[in-house]
Design a protein around this ligand. Structure first.
Ligand code: F6P
Length: 317
């Protein structure tokens, strides 16, 4: 193994993973290239050389020092072939892809259709990669959302209002459930669970009649729009609502200790796995152990134990 290229999406902890890969690889005298702007950069042959010094001081930075893009071009076969050609022209032996399910699907195409050796590291705030405990970035995102929620609670309590807080996560309710439980929220709406909005509004009305004056309802973006839920609650209960859509702040910020340590372990392990000649896998922590998971399994829908979250959230509010 002489040369590895790293391609990334952005979320907190990705830079810590890049650092871990580069410093592990340098121990084995493996050359490292960074792909600038994700799959578009692979098509265009947009690379930067990385060494131990170029990854100094990035462990605590959010985003990705390699920049990224939501590549539409990489869906086109002729563009995929160009990417394969740039990999060959640059004598790249293996690719490490750090990202979410879209990035992993792209890597699976390279490995299976074009025989390019690829290993992935799951990194997305959505925590929607199947069969893995946690993706890099998800813990930071949940903590950023929780911090915002704590601030919203101050005004919710002072003004006696119902707050609807919409969080990211695409089709996965992970961030919403974490935040609802950790933030002591009354209600949480996630894609994995049907909602009975009438029953929820009746509960709010009954609580209000009993003197309860403020609620926080977390809505996962994949379930509904926060504003739509707020309008329904106001119509059905007559109570005042306000909406906060947390948006992209959840994808930024300094990575938590959990994200940094996971990035360090997975980056290091990815280099080992590549050296073992494995391809078409992602590395991950499963039951706290380092494992390899075939990419075709990793991109299947992930199941979350929504029931356990709901039971506790309801019990504790
Ligand atoms: O997949 C990460 C994520 O932040 C999702 O939670 C969100 O739905 C989406 O990306 C937003 O995408 P974009 O940054 O392209 O608007």
């Amino acid at each position: 193994m002489k040369k590895i290229a790293i391609l990334t999406r952005d979320c907190a902890g990705v830079n810590a993973a890049i650092r871990s890969i580069v410093r592990t690889a340098s121990k084995y005298h493996i050359e490292i290239l960074g792909v600038i702007k994700g799959y578009d950069g692979l098509v265009d042959g947009n690379f930067v050389s990385l060494n131990r010094r170029s990854v100094s001081g990035i462990i605590n930075q959010g985003g990705t020092i390699l920049k990224t893009a939501r590549s539409k071009r990489f869906f086109i076969e002729s563009e995929q072939k160009k990417a394969v050609q740039t990999i060959k022209n640059n004598n790249i032996d293996s690719l490490i892809v750090i990202g979410g399910d879209g990035s992993l699907r792209g890597a699976h195409v390279l490995a299976t259709r074009y025989n390019i050796p690829v290993v992935c590291i799951p990194a997305t705030i959505d925590n929607d990669i199947n069969d893995v405990d946690l993706t890099i970035g998800a813990d930071t995102a949940a903590n950023v959302a929780l911090d915002a929620l704590d601030k919203i609670r101050d005004t919710a309590t002072s003004l006696e209002r119902i707050f609807i807080v919409e969080v990211m996560g695409r089709n996965c309710g992970y961030i919403a459930l974490q935040v609802a439980l950790a933030g002591g929220c009354e209600e949480v709406l996630v894609p994995e669970q049907d909602i009975n909005i009438d029953a929820m509004c009746e509960e709010i009305k009954a609580g209000n009649a009993n003197g309860k004056v403020s609620w926080i309802v977390i809505v996962a973006e994949g379930k509904a729009k926060g504003h739509d839920i707020a309008n329904i609650i106001t119509q059905k209960t007559g109570l005042e609502t306000r909406v906060a859509v947390l948006g992209h702040i959840q994808r930024g910020g300094h990575p938590t200790a959990i994200d940094r340590t996971m990035a360090a372990r997975l980056g290091n392990y990815a280099v080992d796995v590549i050296q073992q000649g494995k391809t078409d896998y992602c590395v991950a922590l499963k039951d706290s152990q380092l494992v390899t998971i075939p990419l075709e399994i990793a991109v299947q829908p992930k199941e979350i134990d929504v029931h356990s979250y709901y039971t506790l959230i309801k019990l504790l509010t």
